[in-house]
Design a protein around this ligand. Structure first.
Ligand SMILES: Cc1cc2nc3c(=O)[nH]c(=O)nc-3n(C[C@H](O)[C@H](O)[C@H](O)COP(=O)(O)OP(=O)(O)OC[C@H]3O[C@@H](n4cnc5c(N)ncnc54)[C@H](O)[C@@H]3O)c2cc1C
Length: 452
């Protein structure tokens, strides 16, 4: 995706700095890698070229800007694809299984995890030669008797709008007008996402929401750069808040804390991998395997982690050409086909096949958006979703890309398909809908703001 990074009169981010930065960005990534360096950056001098490139962006004081290229991804879908790939290679994946404690041998070393099936309440043990703690912001909770805190949680929010209300053409990398923090205005299909923030977080790790302060902070600066955009509470569709699992570094501002990852072994043998970023998931996994190979050589004697081990092709991946062949002759609107490919890859072929049996599942949920009920069916059958909230908030982005006023409609539609699949009774279905809508409400703090 193209990203525009702009320089205005008086900015510390001068044209020279942007040119050097985008040059290095292009050259530090390995240009021989497929998908990297899709195109090289280009500098556009003065405001004139931007009249066409980004008509809605503030032109006053604009000294120029560069367009560079980066990725944009639905993080939940990437994570699911990684889990599916692991399962295809022999892993067993479980959902709603919570580690409560550990079993130890006489020397105090871990031999098993004591877990609870959160749905049924059953307890059981999972024996293992090595237990890896990869629980992100919950890393400290899983460590026992560890002398120091490992994670510094920082909160980040995004807010979603219709793209037509904002008017950006590509992604914008902006300097916040108040504190010069970098943030983005990113197109996502027919939506535009504004974010993120980066603030130290001390609340519950399980309940994090976007506040009025978070929204105002992002709107304040974005209104400056996009003066004609409808950047007000009435046009917000939804918000998303998350917590970054940064590795603890005392005395540094939130946005200056390193995004590097850390791998270490506790005295009881628990290996933890934490920090890092989603975009380096392969490296984090490879480094963890190498750590185990070095520090526990007798455990997996056959494990040989060669350099670039994690750069193997993804088995379950599907190239666009193969997708085009797979859906050839099927009567699917192009935007729906592209959406299914982007979100589900190979799984999209299953969704398309399901439409042959039940064409009604291919009818759009909202007239001008590509979501179709067949996606619900596919997710229910393939992606372990015991609750409605799992489906709409943790497998899809409906929870925050659809305005709260339209959420009941989509929740009822999805819940009816779940009722049939799981043989729920009506009471259970209604309970699921209520719980989901309450969650939407908690994420919709912008609805309670007084109108200006
Ligand atoms: C606002 C925001 C913006 C971000 N932007 C980017 C970006 O642009 N690029 C990028 O690369 N990264 C970005 N990140 C960072 C990225 O999202 C995280 O680094 C990544 O999601 C962390 O993944 P993880 O697997 O370590 O943790 P998680 O994804 O949180 O996974 C931890 C898992 O452990 C499970 N768990 C917890 N406790 C237990 C237990 N007791 N028993 C069993 N399971 C347990 C949880 O249920 C969860 O599934 C962003 C983060 C935020 C919040």
């Amino acid at each position: 995706m193209p990203f525009s990074i702009l320089s205005y009169a008086g900015d510390s981010q001068t044209p020279f700095i942007i040119k050097i930065g985008t040059f290095l960005y292009d050259h530090l990534s390995n240009s021989r890698q497929k998908f990297k360096n899709f195109k090289k950056h280009k500098w556009y001098k003065g405001p004139e070229p931007w009249n066409e490139l980004e008509p809605e962006v503030l032109k006053e004081g604009l000294r120029g800007g560069a367009i560079y290229y980066d990725n944009n991804i639905d993080d939940a879908r990437l994570t699911l694809e990684i889990i599916k790939e692991a399962v295809a290679r022999g892993a067993v994946a479980l959902n709603y299984i919570k580690v409560l404690d550990y079993v130890r041998d006489q020397a105090g070393k871990l031999t098993a995890a004591k877990v609870e099936d959160v749905i049924t309440g059953d307890d059981f043990e999972i024996r293992a030669k090595v237990i890896v703690n990869a629980t992100g912001i919950w890393t400290d909770e899983l460590l026992r008797n560890f002398p120091r805190k490992v994670i510094r949680p920082t909160k980040g929010v995004h807010i979603a709008f219709h793209q037509k209300d904002i008017g950006n053409k590509a992604a914008l990398a902006l300097n916040h007008t108040r504190d010069h923090r970098f943030y983005f205005v990113i197109p996502r299909g027919k939506f535009t996402i504004v974010g993120t923030t980066d603030t130290d977080y001390e609340g519950s790790l399980d309940e994090v929401y976007c506040t009025k302060e978070d929204v105002d902070y992002l709107l304040e600066s974005t209104r400056h750069y996009l003066p004609n955009a409808k950047l007000d509470y009435d046009h917000i569709l939804g918000t998303y808040a998350g917590i970054r699992p940064l590795v603890m570094e005392e005395g540094k501002a939130e946005s200056k804390v390193s995004r590097n990852h850390s791998i270490f072994e506790a005295p009881d043998g628990l290996v933890s991998v934490c920090g890092g970023k989603l975009s380096i998931w392969r490296k984090m996994a490879e480094d963890t395997l190498r750590f185990i190979q070095i520090h526990k050589p007798n455990v997996f004697s056959k494990l040989k982690v060669k350099r670039n081990h994690s750069k193997q092709p993804i088995w379950i991946g599907l190239e666009h050409g193969a997708w085009d062949i797979g859906i050839r002759g099927k009567k699917i609107p192009p935007d729906i086909a592209e959406h299914l490919y982007e979100q589900y890859g190979k799984g999209g072929i299953e969704i398309v096949k399901s439409l042959e049996q039940e064409p009604s599942l291919g009818e759009r949920i909202f007239p001008d958006l590509p979501w179709i009920p067949a996606e619900f069916q596919y997710i229910i059958e393939h992606e372990m979703v015991p609750h409605l909230i799992d489906l709409l908030a943790r497998r899809m982005e409906i929870v925050w890309l659809v305005h709260p006023r339209d959420q009941a409609k989509v929740a009822e539609l999805a819940a009816k398909i779940m009722l049939q699949h799981y043989r729920w009774d009506n009471t259970r279905m209604q309970k699921e809908i209520v719980e989901y809508l309450e969650y939407v409400q908690r994420n919709s703090v912008f609805l309670k703001f007084e109108k200006r």
